[in-house]
Ligand binder design. Structure first.
Ligand code: HGY
Ligand code: MN
Ligand code: MN
Length: 410
């Protein structure tokens, strides 16, 4: 492998260090926006950046930036990924893009010195939306797409608003507009594939051509609490029975739509939640995806129609609250070519992939030329504690990233 020197052991050790913050007893990691684990991880990322000689700042929404200042500092080439995780997630989703970005800037600094344009690495807040459901908040703030009103309206399960949580970690929600940037020349995000293609084909890297569209919403089914033994099975308004039918219906609509459509209910809460009480209320999430926004729109509409029909036959009320529709995005073809060329320079094989996962890159892409690089995921596993990427694979990705950043900024 030729090109910039990146130490696989150092990458693995930095990923592991971040993974210890928010580590759960059963092996996963839960690091949600503005929580104590996020604060600790933010501080560790700041230290990692500063130790490599980068100048560090935290913006108005809590995104952490490390900068290698350019001789003509009017424009910035940015890399990085997100610092938050899903509940009980893995060590690599998001974190690897930050760690590999820091390693790439370090390699550039050591081998080539000061760039012409600024080169920066970012650790975004709230990509997953785990705590607030404010998916992509950090990258949306960067492009000026974070609505100040949502900071007060959006709350976590304990009723804490984004704005209150921001204040608790020293951020002023009134200043969120200051997170917007207009100096970006390009954004490159390194990320784990989260699927099995690269490993299965023995390919070093994926160059992403497009990212899926996704719709996320919350459903609340309200029935009637009753005694589990004395209320005849035919005389109930069982919220959980209705929700169960709705959950299966969503899955069936996605199957009928055909690959790569997906519909996932990954969260369900039941109230009051007693073994001997007919459920009064069931709340669940829906995550639906398709690369074509029109197909996604039709899929969500079909799911809603089925749910309404089920609610009517089950005698329950249904309330659907859309959280967000995030349009998919095409990655910049020029940056795709640059990443493939950089892979060639480094002696790495590359395959073109479409991302079924959402990424901050899709938020930036309409505003800034954006490219994504995937590294292999062991057994394709992600959003689970088993998530793993071989240190050497991660280092190949960081070398290719450094090579591409060099092309863009020197
Ligand atoms: O859910 C996603 O696709 C991403 O991991 N945020
Ligand atoms: Mn994720
Ligand atoms: Mn991710």
């Amino acid at each position: 492998m030729t090109g910039f020197a990146v130490d696989p052991t150092a990458i693995a050790s930095d990923v592991a260090a971040l993974g210890r913050i928010g580590a759960q007893p059963d092996g996963g990691v839960t690091r949600t926006t503005y929580d104590p684990a996020w604060v600790q991880a933010r501080d560790l990322v700041r230290k990692m950046m500063a130790d490599r000689g980068l100048s560090v700042r935290v913006d108005a929404v809590g995104n952490v930036y490390g900068r290698l200042a350019g001789t003509d500092g009017s424009r910035t080439v940015l890399t990085g990924s997100h610092l938050d995780t899903v509940p009980n997630g893995g060590n690599y989703d998001g974190a690897l893009g930050i760690v590999a970005g820091i390693a790439a800037l370090d390699a550039l600094n050591r081998d080539r010195g000061r760039p012409r344009d600024n080169v920066e690495v970012v650790a975004f807040v709230e990509e997953e939306g785990t705590r607030f459901g404010a998916d992509f908040l950090g990258s949306r703030a960067l492009v000026g797409g974070a609505d100040p009103a949502e900071l007060h309206a959006t709350r976590d399960v304990d009723g804490v608003s984004v704005a209150e949580a921001m204040r608790a970690v020293g951020l002023d929600p009134g200043h969120i507009g200051e997170a917007k940037r207009t100096d970006l020349k390009a954004f490159l995000e390194l990320h784990i594939e989260q699927g099995p293609v690269l490993e299965g084909t023995g390919t070093d890297l994926g160059v992403v051509d497009a990212i899926t569209s996704l719709a996320v919403e919350d459903a609340r089914v309200t029935g009637r609490a009753d005694h589990a033994g004395t209320t005849p099975i035919t005389h109930r308004a069982d919220a959980l029975r209705a929700a169960a039918r709705m959950i299966v219906a969503a899955d069936e609509r996605a199957r009928a739509c055909g690959p790569p459509a997906t519909a996932t209910v990954g969260m369900c809460r039941v109230h009051p939640g007693g073994a001997n009480i007919v459920a009064e209320r069931a709340e669940f999430s829906l995550d639906a995806r398709h690369p074509d926004p029109a197909v996604l729109g039709r899929l969500v509409e079909e799911i809603h129609q089925q749910w309404q029909a089920i609610a009517a036959t089950e005698g329950v009320d249904l309330a659907i609250t859309p959280r967000r529709v995030t349009d998919g995005a095409l990655m910049d073809p020029g940056l795709g070519a640059l990443l493939r060329e950089a892979a060639g320079v480094c002696g790495a094989s590359a395959w073109t992939l479409t991302s079924g996962a959402g990424h901050d890159s899709q938020v930036l892409a309409p505003h800034v030329p954006t490219g994504m690089l995937f590294v292999p995921s062991r057994a394709g596993r992600s959003h689970c504690p088993e998530e793993f990427t071989e240190p050497e694979h991660a280092a190949i990705g960081a070398r290719v990233l450094a090579t591409a950043l060099h092309q863009l900024a020197y």
